[in-house]
Design a protein around this ligand. Sequence first.
Ligand code: SAH
Length: 215
Amino acid sequence: MIPDWAAERRWMVDTQLRWRGISDERVLAVMGEIPREEFVPIEARILAYRDEPCPIGYGQTISQPYMTALMAQEMRLTGMEKALEVGAGSGYAAAVMGRLGARVVTIEIVPQLVELARANLRRTHCDAGVEVIYGDGGWGYPDEAPYDAISVAAGAPDIPEALLEQLADPGVLVIPVGGFGDQELRVVTKHHAHIHSRVSTLCRFVPLRGGEGWR
Ligand code: SAH
């Protein structure tokens, strides 16, 4: 039997996102539209709308839907922004940001996942305005800086300096910072050259790799 994906999506939006306090109607609408099942491996499709991260290969995961929604909400995308994502993975979060109207540059350190993200975005017609780049996002992507919003999808020991530098003013950076296993999701804003940081929630992301990550 083929699952009713649209019904599963509605269920995810209502019971996982809205119920936990995601209130940005644009984020809820976009996540109610994008076929998340297309971003998980075929054999894991049945898990596509579960309230947890899901393996996508190479030791990596597509984040829990709630976390993707929270990060997108914290980025406050209105449609005018240029956004940078570190850690494209499956491409799902980039699809969400792209549909929110932002121009998105997403950078991924595992070459096979660069290909996977590109293929997933193309197949689901979520690739408009979304560029997937191979590289170490710990250094940001200076070629297209500054970015109005930056999202890091892997846990960092500290906030990489390059990301703060490439953040526009005003701009917002959402990043999990902390230990190898547990982090706090920080929302860092730049406004009139002043940096402010607050903790949005506790979280558990895969470790950031590369020069600014865990070796
Ligand atoms: N946003 C993704 C979640 C991916 S999980 C999604 O929606 O599916 C985090 C990803 O970050 C992994 O794919 C991992 O390979 C990647 N990553 C880890 N360190 C990185 C780095 N320094 N630069 C770029 N990507 C990195």
